[in-house]
Design a binder for this molecule. Structure first.
Ligand code: AMP
Length: 393
């Protein structure tokens, strides 16, 4: 078990808190969705309440090591100050001598935020000296940026190697939820996988074979499976490098007694556009000039039937090209069905979460993961570097 906020004494201490405030901004730099800030509030409030001097560090966007003014964290500081009803200091350049002056003046309960840490190229290089500079600001490091837990960067992994540390409440909750379903799930346990990249999802299937009862496969990844068993997929997305492994995975699932359900039918399009001609095909019988864009009505019905009886559901990846209104039905229907279920439900992945948000179903899902890549890695059975480096209790 990793050390959590409740295991450390922060009274009067300088705490460097790594969060993920990578919020979407509009062209005029207004925060479009402040969910990531809201999610970090319990940790920040705990630190303030326990008299820590809180130094918040985050990235925003991909400035790739240079100062890009439109990726400044200033709008985030303003929003956080408003949410907490508290003044928050801002450090524009951690390499400037004014940084130390500001930090030295901090009192217990104060909060200061550092400018976008990815303005420094050393961050993503996990530069040792850069990590040392960050570590020099604080007595304790708290990691609460689950969405970056799979990346070894200086402000997450590097600094954790140098300071006494713990995870924050957000990361604690993420780990608890994934640990519960991956080690002690209630059955029937159904995994719903979709999206485009089958290479990401094959290791997930491999890891889930001794845990789940059924795996429902939709999205673009399904066509590589269909091709692997000899079906005609027309112009559908196929990852030729994954065909053999897809076939082996189907065989292995059979050996393990896990039911993998591929789509029975699919909506196809004559071109990859929102206004394309739509036509339904039985799985494996696509017209040569059509490509699969969504699961069809029989598949939706069959998937719903299985989801209805599940006690645990994990969902990652949309059932089709849900960005095009003509092809979002499958994803939306599965989202509604999971939301209706009484099962423990965990969803992860940017597109999957976005589809649930578009439908306003967030409250009906047990856990919506804040980390796409990080949650995928947990489902693949891999360790997250930024969690591994945190001290044990
Ligand atoms: P992933 O990151 O692998 O979860 O993929 C998410 C993306 O998969 C979304 O942008 C979807 O539009 C895309 N996607 C889902 N189904 C299909 C499909 N049948 N063909 C092409 N792309 C798809």
């Amino acid at each position: 078990m990793k050390k959590t906020l409740n295991d450390i004494d922060v009274n009067g201490k300088r705490v460097l808190l790594r969060v993920d405030f990578n919020v979407p901004l509009s062209a005029d730099l207004k925060i479009v969705d402040d969910n990531r800030i809201i999610e970090a509030l319990p940790t920040i409030e705990h630190l303030v309440l326990h008299n820590a001097k809180v130094i918040i560090c985050s990235h925003l966007g991909r400035p790739e090591g240079i100062n890009v003014p439109k990726m400044s964290l200033r709008p985030v500081v303003a929003r956080l100050a408003k949410l907490l009803q508290k003044e928050i200091g801002f450090i524009e350049d951690i390499k400037d001598k004014s940084c130390k002056e500001i930090l030295d003046k901090m009192n217990s309960g104060d909060i200061v935020m550092l400018e976008n840490i990815r303005f420094y190229k050393e961050e993503e290089e996990n530069d040792k000296n850069f990590a040392k500079l960050l570590a020099s600001f604080a007595d304790i490091f708290v990691f609460d940026a689950f969405a970056t837990a799979h990346r070894k960067h200086a402000s997450s992994y590097g600094v954790a190697e140098l300071l006494p540390n713990a995870i924050g409440f957000l990361v604690e909750k993420e780990l608890e939820m994934f640990n519960k379903v991956l080690t002690d799930p209630e059955h029937p346990f159904v995994a719903v996988l979709g999206g485009a990249k089958i290479s990401d999802k094959l290791p997930v299937i491999e890891n889930l074979l001794d845990k789940v009862d059924t795996i429902l496969i939709g999205g673009g990844m399904a066509y590589t499976f269909v091709k692997a068993i000899g079906g005609e997929v027309g112009k559908s997305l196929v990852d030729n490098k994954s065909i053999d492994l897809a076939k082996q995975t189907l065989d292995k699932a059979k050996e393990c007694g896990v039911k993998i359900v591929l789509p029975y039918d699919n909506y196809g399009a004559d071109e990859f556009t929102a206004s394309a001609k739509r036509k339904c095909f039985n799985s494996g019988f696509f017209a040569k000039d059509f490509q699969g864009m969504d699961i069809g009505p029989h598949t939706v019905k069959a998937f719903k039937h299985i989801i209805k009886d599940a006690k645990t559901i994990v969902w990652n990846g949309p059932m089709g090209v849900y960005e095009f209104p003509k092809f979002k039905k499958g994803t939306y229907k599965i989202a509604k069905c999971i939301a209706k279920s009484k099962a423990i439900s965990i969803i992860g992945g940017g597109d999957t979460v976005a589809s649930v948000q578009e439908l306003g179903l967030e409250d009906k899902i047990t856990h919506i993961s804040t980390g796409g890549g990080a949650s995928l890695m947990l489902l693949q059975g891999k360790q997250l570097p930024c969690i591994e480096v945190i001290e044990e209790k």
